[in-house]
Design a protein. Structure first.
Length: 171
């Protein structure tokens, strides 16, 4: 259990540092902005309590907000992501087949499920984030394009990170 806590602390620090110092400056004409820090929330253990998940997501979003100078937008989107994660796992994952400390990473769950998990929740997170950021339907098509392109960019980066740390299934 201590090993899992240490891995999650290292993962949190690494992803937030990468988000703040590298991916904050990466983008394509303000249309595609990657947010790979959501991988930390996505890779939390399956059996984590809801309150703990919400608290961790809120703290993660606040840390990113502190560096982005956004007043709680990332925190709200991260909490929405945590809610979406709970719903997605209830619908698609049979938790009795997995240990409570298992992380839903590429090597422990089927790739198709992992890809759908990352895609749907990234789309949900980006939708909440950009709709809160613009807070208008004036240029909805522009906001929708930003959501889709940023989601694609984020999913590609998350899959590359997952491929980097891929481990074969241990069954």
């Amino acid at each position: 259990m201590a090993k899992l806590l240490l891995y999650n602390i290292i993962r949190f620090v690494a992803l937030v540092v990468l988000q703040v110092f590298l991916f904050k400056n990466v983008g394509y004409y303000n249309l595609a902005t990657p947010f790979p820090y959501i991988l930390f929330i996505l890779l939390l253990p399956v059996g984590i309590g809801n309150f703990t998940l919400y608290a961790i997501a809120f703290a993660t979003g606040l840390v990113v907000d502190a560096f982005y100078d956004t007043p709680g937008i990332n925190a709200a989107a991260a909490v929405a992501l945590a809610w979406g994660r709970i719903i997605f796992m209830r619908i698609t994952l049979q938790t009795d087949n997995y240990e409570s400390y298992m992380t839903p990473a590429w090597g422990t769950v089927p790739f198709r499920w992992f890809f759908l998990y990352v895609l749907v929740l990234s789309l949900f997170h980006h939708g909440v984030l950009f709709l809160l950021e613009t807070f208008t339907f004036h240029q909805f098509h522009y906001t929708l394009i930003r959501i889709l392109l940023s989601c694609i960019f984020t999913v590609i980066i998350i899959l590359l990170f997952s491929l980097l740390f891929y481990r074969k299934k241990q069954r």
